[in-house]
Write a protein that binds this ligand. Structure first.
Ligand SMILES: Cc1ncc(COP(=O)(O)O)c(C=O)c1O
Length: 376
C-alpha cells in the first residue's frame, strides 16, 4: 500500500512461513483489525489534485513509485488493498519471486501474459495438453490475431528443443507441468536452456497450478513467469497448509487403486513408469501432489457410471480445494479441444480426473473403491 507499512516490522528478514502471514498488511490501515478488512470500495479518494496526478503517472508507468512504496490507490479494477496485500504475501511463498500480480481468475492472468507480450507476427511454443480454457484461448483468440502457435507433447524433450529452435519471432514458451489432466511433466530446466539459446530470447512461462508453490519451484529453474489459477491450491491460507495433507491423501489412495479390476491405469506422479517422466519428476517436484487421473476400463460409460456412484467426492470441474472433486475432462474441461488435440494429448473417453481434498483419506478411498465396484 502507499501508506507507511506496519511500524513494528522486524529489522531482520523473516522466513517465508512468517512472511506470508505478515507482509503487506498494516493493521493500522484496517482500524487495528488483526486480519485484513475486506475493502469493497470501487474508487479511492485522493489527498489532493497533485496526489491524483502522481497516482496516475505511477499507474501508467510514467513515474516510478517512491522506494518501498506503491502508488496511491485509484480505482478497484486497477488495484485495491486486498489485492496488494495478497500480492505482497504471495512473493515469499513462491521461491525466487520478486513480485506478483493478482487477477480476477487464472484465465485473466494467462490471457494478460499473451496480450501483453505478443503481437501479430510473434509466435508461441506450447506444450500439450494444457487446461482446456487455455487451449481455447490459443485457438480462438491468439491464432486469429496472427500469433503463430506451435505445440509439442509434454515430455517430448527433443521435440520441444526442435520446436523452439525452429520458431521465428518467438515470444513465449508456455509450459503446463504437470499437465491437466494427463499429469505429463515437462523438463523445465531443459526448456529454459533451449529458450536461452534462441536469438529472440523468448519468455518461459510455467502454469504451476497443479503442484502449487509448495511442491514445484519453476523460478528457481530459470523461468521468467509463473502463473496460477489461484482458484485452486493457492486459495486461502488454510488451503495452503492443507496442501501437504492433500498430497499424502492422494498418494495413499492412488497407490491403493492400481490393482482394481475396473482401472486400466492410475496416472499419478509416484506411479509413473516412463523413465523420462520419472527423471523429470525427481528433478523438479518436491511431492507428487493432490491430483490423480484414472484411466478406466469401459470408456465413457464406465467413467460416467463411476462419477454417478460417488457419494463423498462431487462431480465438479475445479481442483485444489479442501473438498474432493472428480470430473470427466473429455466432455467438460477439455471439451473445446479438437478431436486431434484430444487424441494427441491422450485425453480419452475413459479418463476421470480426481482432486483429492482433506477429508479422511480412508473415507475417500472407500468412496472411490465402491464407485469403481459399481461400474456396470
Ligand atoms: C492448470 C490450469 N490453469 C489455469 C486454469 C484457469 O484458471 P481459472 O479457472 O481460475 O480461470 C485452470 C482451471 O481449471 C487450470 O486447471
Amino acid at each position: 500500500m502507499s501508506k507507511p507499512m506496519n511500524k513494528k516490522e522486524p529489522s531482520y528478514v523473516v522466513r517465508p512461513p512468517t512472511a506470508v502471514l505478515t507482509r503487506g498488511f498494516d493493521p493500522a490501515l484496517s482500524l487495528g483489525s488483526a486480519r485484513p478488512a475486506v475493502f469493497r470500495a470501487s474508487t479511492y479518494v485522493f489527498a489532493s489534485p497533485e496526489a491524483a496526478e502522481r497516482a496516475f503517472a505511477i499507474a501508467l508507468g510514467k513515474q516510478p513509485p517512491p522506494p518501498g512504496e506503491r502508488g496511491d490507490l485509484i480505482y478497484s479494477r486497477l488495484s485495491h488493498p486486498n489485492a496488494e496485500i495478497l500480492e505482497d504475501q504471495i512473493v515469499p511463498l513462491e521461491k525466487g519471486a520478486r513480485a506478483a500480480a493478482v487477477f480476477n481468475s487464472g484465465m485473466a492472468a494467462i490471457s494478460t501474459i499473451f496480450l501483453s507480450f505478443c503481437a501479430p507476427g510473434w509466435s508461441v511454443v506450447q506444450t500439450r495438453p494444457v487446461y482446456g480454457g487455455t487451449q481455447h484461448m490459443f485457438n480462438t483468440l491468439l491464432r486469429p490475431l496472427g500469433i503463430a502457435i506451435a505445440s509439442v507433447g509434454a515430455g517430448d524433450g527433443p521435440g520441444l528443443d526442435k520446436a523452439i529452435a525452429a520458431a521465428r519471432n518467438l515470444r513465449v514458451i508456455y509450459l503446463e507441468t504437470p499437465a491437466n489432466p494427463t499429469l505429463m511433466m515437462v523438463d523445465i530446466k531443459a526448456a529454459v536452456a533451449a529458450a536461452r539459446r534462441h536469438p529472440d530470447n523468448p519468455l518461459v512461462v510455467v502454469d504451476n497450478t497443479f503442484l502449487g508453490p509448495c511442491f514445484q519451484h519453476p523460478l528457481e529453474l530459470g523461468v521468467d513467469l509463473v502463473v496460477y489459477s489461484a482458484t485452486k491450491y493457492l486459495n486461502g491460507f488454510s488451503d495452503m497448509i492443507a496442501g501437504v495433507v492433500q498430497s499424502k491423501n492422494a498418494q495413499r489412495i492412488a497407490e491403493s487403486l492400481v490393482d482394481h479390476p475396473a482401472v486400466r491405469r492410475v496416472i499419478y506422479p509416484s506411479l509413473f513408469d516412463d523413465p523420462e517422466q520419472i527423471r523429470i519428476r525427481d528433478a523438479q517436484c518436491d511431492f507428487p501432489g493432490g491430483i490423480m487421473t484414472l484411466d478406466l476400463r469401459g470408456g465413457r460409460r464406465a467413467a460416467f457410471d463411476f462419477l454417478r456412484s460417488l457419494k463423498i467426492l462431487r462431480d465438479a470441474v475445479s481442483l485444489g480445494g479442501v473438498e474432493s472433486l472428480a470430473c470427466h475432462p473429455r466432455t467438460t474441461t477439455h471439451s473445446e479441444n479438437s478431436p486431434e488435440e484430444l487424441e494427441e494429448a491422450g485425453i480419452t473417453e475413459s479418463l476421470v480426473r480426481i482432486s483429492i481434498g482433506v477429508e479422511d483419506w480412508r473415507d475417500l478411498q472407500r468412496d472411490i473403491r465402491e464407485a469403481l465396484d459399481a461400474i456396470g
